[in-house]
Design a protein. Structure first.
Length: 480
């Protein structure tokens, strides 16, 4: 898990930082705290020592440790520095290169991202000196968490309240997610159906199936982490909705799931039908509990709508993914469904995996490509499936970046021997390949590393270099 260095400065909202530490610890982060002297007047270091289970740093000249070692090692230990609350004074000091206590010294020595959550009196917040300092620091790559409007400690309403602890933590977590996961679904809207449906017969009885919802929930979480805006429409499950969703809609029956799904379908990029929708429902719903008698009792079942089939009929540009849980002739049946429901891909699996934590699946694509995937935990399989299907888009955009931004000359110059057209041919061949061998990835990477050193020399292209390097990492996801 990640290491978070929390800086606490002398704003009255420093008491809220205790909750930030406690919540970060619950989520599994390691937390170390540095307080300014002023902050210790508002809340004691002991509170943070107890909550973080680590020593709290205040004084640069703490005799028990060599200070030089301490401030550098803290700066290196952290994956991220969060300062909450951040006062006007501390921003002013850092913006002007002053490092006169432990916190400002560590911030000046760290190379990891620093987030400042601002909190102060409204007039200080609106002081142009603050906005000049903030702009200056933003220019150096420091990040800011704006204050909220509301009731302030100085007995007025205005802008200056520390953002809610949960929201600060959400911003930090979003940063880690974006950093750790290739954003191959950036800007895409996705609707996912998950879980079983329940088809009621009377107030206490219903027909359902063994679906746990794990696969659909894992896909929803993975899509969100890969950058998509996700709406998860779920039948009854025992699972907590995953983090980072745009919307979570809870339904019970197939008819409710149909209504919700079709509401969103028209304007989305990707639909993933992972729900085990009940194919039939009782024709009659008894409003009162059915009484038993001595004779037999029959229930007439009628067809539920096939939601995915309808999405296939209505399909314009949406990418449509279905699931086929089969007990026999898995691939043949999956292919039949792929065609019948007008899908782009179907994930075929053995119905015996329903409710399990693991799954073995085969991807069957519209173009006939069949990709068996190794057995994995559903939570990991979700990433494998999505990266197999959507990393290609990034490869194409990588080519796009190189061609559109006039990198051709840089590429041809970068190797000295190979011409751009030759490289383009090579890349196109690779683009068409379903899987890359690790040697091919290495060679692509080497090309980019060379390209990189040329881009380094050109100021204008430094930004472009960053873009390219981001994509180079993604190449690894295509490896077999
Ligand atoms: O036809 P079958 O139920 O096996 O197809 C499975 C796929 O169709 C799954 O993706 C499932 O979510 C979807 N489906 C649906 N509505 C139904 C039945 C299945 O969306 N009524």
């Amino acid at each position: 898990m990640k290491n978070i260095l929390l800086g606490i400065t002398g704003g009255i909202s420093a008491y809220k930082s205790a909750n930030i530490v406690s919540q970060l610890k619950k989520k599994g982060y390691s937390v170390k705290v540095i307080m300014t002297k002023n902050a210790t007047k508002i809340i004691t270091p002991l509170t943070f020592e107890t909550l973080s289970r680590n020593k709290v740093y205040v004084d640069m000249w703490d005799e028990s440790k060599g200070y030089e070692v301490e401030h550098i090692s803290l700066a290196e230990w952290a994956d991220l520095v969060l300062v909450a609350p951040t006062t006007y004074n501390v921003i002013g000091k850092i913006a002007n290169g002053i490092a006169d206590d432990m916190l400002t010294t560590v911030i000046s020595a760290t190379k990891v991202p620093v987030f400042f959550a601002l909190a102060m009196n409204e007039n200080m917040y609106n002081n142009p000196i603050l906005s000049d300092n903030v702009d200056k620091l933003k220019g150096y790559g420091y990040r800011f968490i704006e204050a909220d409007e509301g009731f302030l400690a100085c007995n007025t309403n205005g802008k200056g309240r520390l953002k809610k602890e949960e929201e600060i933590i959400e911003i930090i977590e979003e940063y880690f997610i974006k950093k750790d996961y290739p954003q191959v679904l950036q800007g895409k809207t996705v609707v996912i159906t998950a879980g079983p449906t329940e088809e009621p017969l009377d107030p206490v009885r219903f027909i359902t199936n063994l679906s746990s919802g794990k696969m659909g929930y894992s896909l929803a979480e993975a899509c969100a982490k890969l950058g998509a805006q996700v709406t998860l429409i779920s039948g009854p499950t025992k699972l907590e909705p995953p983090m980072g969703l745009k919307k979570f809609i809870s339904v019970r029956t197939a008819l409710q799931m149909e209504k919700e799904t079709l509401k969103y379908y028209e304007n989305i990029d990707i639909a993933i039908a992972c729900a085990a929708v009940g194919d039939y429902r009782p024709k009659i719903y008894y409003k009162e509990k059915i009484k038993k008698s001595d004779s037999d009792f029959s229930v007439e079942l009628i067809r539920n709508p096939d939601i995915l089939y309808q999405m296939g009929l209505l399909k314009k540009n949406q990418f449509l993914m279905g699931f086929a849980a089969e007990t026999e002739n898995i691939l043949e049946n999956a292919t039949l469904k792929l065609n019948k429901k007008n899908l782009d891909v179907i994930v075929a699996n053995d119905a015996s995996n329903m409710g399990n934590g693991n799954n073995t699946v085969t991807l069957v694509e519209k173009n006939g490509k069949i990709t068996p995937l190794k057995r994995e935990k559903k939570s990991e399989l979700a990433y494998t499936i999505l990266l197999k299907l959507f990393s290609k888009v990034t490869m194409v955009s990588l080519m796009g970046i190189l061609i559109l931004t006039g990198c051709s000359s840089i590429i041809s110059n970068s190797t000295g021997k190979e011409k751009y057209s030759d490289l383009e041919k090579k890349y196109s061949v690779i683009l068409k390949k379903p899987r890359l061998k690790s040697k091919e990835i290495d060679s692509l990477k080497n090309k980019y590393i060379k390209l990189n050193s040329r881009l380094e020399r050109n100021e204008e292209n430094k930004k472009l270099k960053k873009e390219i390097l981001k994509k180079v990492v993604i190449l690894e996801d295509l490896s077999s």
